[in-house]
Design a protein around this ligand. Structure first.
Ligand code: HEM
Length: 521
């Protein structure tokens, strides 16, 4: 610890003894005065050390962030993490200090060094373990391993669930749920404006429920009867705050986070047991992953795979509603594919360049996990992108920031799917796609990304083929964007839209429906 801390701490102790002598007839006053002096001088010595003497003292960033983690907590509670870090990078540059012991980097040269396979930086915030806090039995999941060998072993189990042929097996589930969603959108549209994000999210949860528990939620059909959807969202939000104070979350089981986690895990355990008692009628994710002893894997599927996927379609519809030319181009692409192959299958959708470009552009502008994944510099520190990161410092590369960094993207805040196509080169300057990391990078990157893309493509193609859509009158896109908050995941404000079943698209929808029915049976 800092020399300054000891010097000032000892001075306060000397003062304590001295005032005890002076205030001898009034011991309580002496105690009060000296305790206050001791605490004040101890805190100020810590603050002085962190602000001026710490190895990161020369790294620029907000002054309060140097002093305490509470700065990060306040920004997280306010929900402006993603935007604040982007603004700070715009002000101070590639390398900034965002906590007493934390830095953030917006530099493509750092991505491989920090997250790549041979990175020397340590994995963080994967189920932190603290002395004296026993880890419950059977609570390991892929995301809880920090040890590379253990992680690689569990990864192999998950890999089997994401092979091309396994993904193909999930198509009937996906198509059934997307059909259910589009029917729900039709019935909702008859009542007026539809908050599409709510139904996209319900559909994603139902899909992950199918994959993890062989069907569990039925949110599109029945709504959130068990309150699990709400619990999960609250657990993610509270968890994002306690990421900044993990010791507190671990040591205080009475905090709301613990009860919400327990509710989810009990639910998962019941579902997993039920799943084991049933004969699987399809090779879903749980067919590959279920180990009766680990409901944590099933909870991980739901947490990692549902709202993250929803957000991509959600923001894409927000942009498309303002870009009719992009919608027309998508419809043309669906029509051409139909003409070419005679049908539009999940497999055909995967090769559509403009559809994929639109999805990438949504992932770029609003990466569902916006704030980066922390790693810690090892003993002796590490040099990354020519910056020395002192031992024990936590470092992140925030996806939201780097994916809008003008160093790497032309017109970085504009929705421009063409940038992903050969025609997208403008004025001799190309975007730098290395700065695209919505699924993170390296061995700990998202294992479910192909499944997520499959689901998003099907949902977008289905809804666009079936509906004309527009934002409600008076909707203010700028106001909407201001309401987006970024905790662990981005949040989705209400997006009310007017939907009409398409007359001229009836043909396209009919054939899409036939395809959906064919898959769903
Ligand atoms: C568009 C949707 C998605 C996005 C943006 C996304 C993003 C991410 C990111 C950024 C990570 C890395 C977290 C870290 O480094 O700590 C991650 C990990 C993970 N994701 Fe996804 N994800 C998505 C969909 C899915 C789906 C559908 C699943 C399916 C179950 C899934 C399962 C996982 C798992 C299991 C991990 C942990 C991987 C590991 O530790 O090796 N994700 N995801």
């Amino acid at each position: 610890m800092a020399l300054g801390t000891f010097v000032l701490g000892d001075a306060a102790l000397a003062l304590l003894l001295w005032t005890s002598v002076l205030c001898h007839p009034y011991p309580f006053c002496a105690w009060l005065f000296t305790s206050a002096t001791y605490i004040a001088s101890l805190s100020s010595s810590i603050f002085i050390y962190r602000a001026y003497l710490h190895p990161l003292a020369n790294v620029r960033g907000p002054f309060l962030a140097r002093l305490s983690k509470l700065w990060a907590v306040a920004v997280t509670v306010e929900g402006r993490n993603h935007a604040t870090i982007a603004e700070l990078h715009a002000k101070y540059g590639d390398f900034i200090r965002i906590g007493p012991n934390e830095v953030s980097m917006s530099n493509v040269a750092a991505i491989h060094a920090i997250y790549g396979p041979r990175s020397t930086l340590l994995i963080l915030l994967r189920s932190p373990r603290y002395k004296g806090v026993p880890r419950p039995a059977n609570s390991e999941s892929l995301m809880s391993f920090r040890d590379h060998t253990q992680h690689a072993q569990r990864h192999k189990v998950w890999d089997r669930a994401f092979t091309t042929s396994a993904l193909k097996d999930y198509n009937p589930l996906l198509t059934h749920r997307v059909q259910q969603l589009s029917d729900r959108l039709t019935s909702e549209s008859l009542r007026g404006a539809v908050d599409v994000g709510k139904w996209f999210s319900a559909c994603s949860f139902d899909i992950m429920g199918d994959l993890a528990f062989d069907g569990a939620f039925e949110l599109v059909e029945n709504g959130d009867v068990g309150g699990y959807w709400q619990t999960l969202n609250e657990a993610i939000r509270i968890g994002a705050i306690f990421i900044n104070l993990p010791w507190m979350a671990a040591k205080m089981p009475f905090l709301p986070l613990a009860s919400k986690k327990a509710k989810l895990e009990n639910f998962a355990e019941r579902q997993v047991r039920g799943r084991l008692e049933k004969v699987a009628h399809s090779k879903d994710l749980s067919y590959w992953l279920v180990r009766g002893d680990s409901p944590s894997e099933a909870v991980l599927v739901i947490i990692a795979g549902s709202d993250s996927t929803t957000l991509v379609s959600f923001f894409l519809f927000f942009f498309l509603a303002q870009h009719p030319a992009a919608v027309a181009r998508l419809r043309q692409e669906f029509q051409d594919t139909h003409n070419k192959y005679g049908e539009l299958t999940i497999e055909n959708l995967s090769d559509l360049p403009y559809l994929n470009a639109c999805i990438n552009e949504s992932l770029r502008l609003y990466p569902p996990v916006p704030n980066g994944h922390p790693r810690r510099a090892p003993e002796g520190g590490a040099t990354v992108a020519e910056q020395f990161i002192p031992e024990g410092t936590t470092v992140i590369i925030p996806a939201y920031t780097i994916q809008r960094d003008p160093k790497y993207w032309c017109d970085p805040n504009a929705f421009r799917p063409e940038r992903w196509l050969p025609e997208g080169v403008t004025a001799g300057r190309k975007d730098d796609f290395r700065a695209f990391i919505p699924f993170s990078y390296g061995p700990y990157a998202c294992i479910g990304r192909n499944l997520a893309r499959q689901e998003i493509r099907l949902l977008v193609a289905t809804v666009i083929s079936r509906f004309d859509f527009e934002l409600v009158e008076g909707f203010d896109p700028q106001e909407f964007e201001k309401q987006i908050t970024g905790e662990f995941l981005l949040t989705r404000p209400a997006l009310p839209m007017i939907l009409h079943e398409r007359a001229q698209g009836k043909h396209a929808w009919r054939f899409m429906k036939l395809f959906l029915i064919e898959y769903a049976v």
